[in-house]
Ligand binder design. Structure first.
Ligand code: HEC
Length: 93
């Protein structure tokens, strides 16, 4: 009887661990959104005062500040969301 070797081939056992980013959920925004947010921020958020850097406030603070400042800067909802994403992604905590 022919011996059919089972088709199991051990191909160099390279583990493919899904690169899940752990511990940094606040940075999980699409890169395009962060880039857009940064561009809007550097244009609209530096007019009346210095540009407050992302790390100057915590994510919690940004959530309160950005809607207030977005009104001053006359941003629409998407622009405001992009700026918030950018600021939170680099926030102090
Ligand atoms: C029309 C002028 C104007 C624009 C545009 C503007 N700001 Fe402001 N911002 C102010 C004024 C005036 C204050 C100080 C008084 C206050 O807090 O409301 C301030 C204060 C701040 C502070 C300090 C608040 C705190 O509580 O520490 C931050 C941070 C800030 N702005 C961020 C932003 C961001 C982000 C944007 C863009 C979305 C922006 N600002 C656009 C006028 C503006």
């Amino acid at each position: 009887m022919a011996l059919f070797v089972s088709g199991v081939v051990f191909v160099n056992c390279s583990p493919r661990i899904a690169a899940t980013t752990t511990g940094a959920p606040k940075t999980e925004y699409p890169l395009a959104q962060l880039e857009s947010g940064k561009a809007i921020w550097s244009g609209a958020c530096t007019k009346c005062h210095k540009g407050y850097e992302p790390a100057s406030h915590t994510a919690k603070q940004w959530e309160r500040i950005v809607p207030r400042m977005a009104k001053k800067a006359k941003l629409d909802e998407r622009q405001s969301a992009d700026v918030l994403a950018y600021l939170i992604s680099g926030a102090a905590g």
